[in-house]
Design a protein around this ligand. Sequence first.
Ligand code: NZQ
Ligand code: ZN
Length: 390
Amino acid sequence: MLGNFSYCNPTKLYFGENSLNDMNMELSKYGKKVVLIYGGGSIKKNGIYDEVIQILKNNGKDVVEIAGVMPNPTLPKLYEGIEIARKHHADLLLAVGGGSVCDYAKAISVSVNCEEDPWEKYYLRFEEPDCETLPVGCVLTMAGTGSEMNAGAVITNPETKQKIGHVFSDEKIMPRFAILNPKYTLTLPHYQMVAGIYDIFNHICEQYFSNEDDNTSDYISEGLMRSLVYSSQIANKDPLNYEARSNIMWTATWALNTLIAKGKSTDWMVHMLGQAVGAYTSATHGMTLSAVSLPYYRYILPYGLQKFKRFAVNVWGIDPAGKSDDQTAEEGIHAMEMWMKELGLVMSIADLGVTETMVEGIANATLILKGGYKVLSHEEIVAILKQSME
Ligand code: NZQ
Ligand code: ZN
């Protein structure tokens, strides 16, 4: 391993069927005013809302709510939430939901005491907060983003058609605690479950497909990918299988809590393409990734051939005997494609609402990053997007 790094992740995790009870220990650390943040109402239907309210009441908290945080939370919704948190002098922001709700809570956290416009400061200039931030806690209901144990917060500006993620470097922005109860994910619709699974897989790919030195992080990644593929195939057929769903939830957390990026550069171009598609369509995050992945990976494969060969052998069990490196690598991508189709992932951006006339704008909205095997040009991005339409 050739990289230099520091590592600190202060999020305290409570995992398992009874983990919500552990929130009692956490709540005593914060003041009375809790801003409870949730999405479009799934937590009211499946009973999680009632359980959380009960615990908050038992701990003598005054609860103010921010409801209706949409998937891919928007800037106007962020402004609304900042006002509520300010007005009620929040002591703790408690996110109950998926990545959207958790990201949104972090975006409020860094904005409540900030005098500048958060969009400009954090999402256009990528600055770090220089004001006091609010603590965030998370009760996770969807496995996918890893937001429960990282400092990322993605916000969409519908007016300018930009979806931008800021991964803050200050670990204070990471949730102080996260409750991970796999049972809470059992009510997810199949579409969201598999979108989350692909999001997890792609987070690992984004960190795996870079560099050529021998790095422990890549071995951890291969183990996580194998576990995820195995559990996903069980959960796809039997969504109520607790063992599979709990493995998926735990893998999601480790896929993006910064560990497997240590000592490496990272790629993240599938996410840049997917986010630009998301800015134009508001499509489900994991599906924007699945729809652009194969054209992207097939395109960069020759530039990272040895890693793609290793991926084929170590993740997909392809036997390289008697085959050229190209052939082995392509068989790995083919196995990945078969798995994606088995799960029922969206494989074309046309199916997410992208039309020919949007392609140029989506390409312009795609941030070009330099950590992967090939730095793409604008024309190459257009070509990949066009292939993703098929
Ligand atoms: O809003 P409700 O009614 O709760 O419904 C949600 C939403 O419609 C539903 N859902 C969640 N848990 C459920 C459930 N439905 C039934 N039962 C449950 N237990 O699922 C839908 C999607 O939820 P959302 O939170 O949007 O999904 P996800 O966790 O995939 O989060 C997506 C957001 O996170 C960002 C994405 O860009 C997107 O904005 N990301 C955040 C990252 C980070 N913080 O590091 C990294 C990721 O790459 C990603 O970019
Ligand atoms: Zn993602």
